[in-house]
Design a protein around this ligand. Sequence first.
Ligand SMILES: [Zn+2]
Ligand SMILES: [Zn+2]
Length: 144
Amino acid sequence: MEDKISLLNKHLKEKGLKSTRQRDLIVSEFFKRHQHLTVEELLERVRKIDQGIGYATVYRTLRLLTECGLAFKREFGGSARFEHSTDHHHDHLICLDCGKIVEFENDRIEKLQAEVCQKNRFKLINHKMELYGYCEKCHGKHHE
Ligand SMILES: [Zn+2]
Ligand SMILES: [Zn+2]
């Protein structure tokens, strides 16, 4: 957490911005748990502590974190969600009913992707694998 704060402060300084109490609060709430949060969800959380925080402040803070590599922006089914940057690459399973998001890593899938690229003489830079469906809990409701 210390490293993250100092990296963010360095970035703020470069942009000529100062750290503010509201921004500090947003950052500490964001880093509390590894999750995939929308701006609205994070806003709801920080408002429990400081009613005066607005949507724009949360949005801008998440953008700053993304710019300096501390957060990662995902687009799941058209909605933007932010998560902590992690050392390990991972992919996601997304439930279309309750919105549950599960992270996974699969070496075989990773290897197969590299093979596909190699076969097509394609230099892979990045990839996102998002599998949409129904989680175990919601599966029953959608069973034909
Ligand atoms: Zn579900
Ligand atoms: Zn994730």
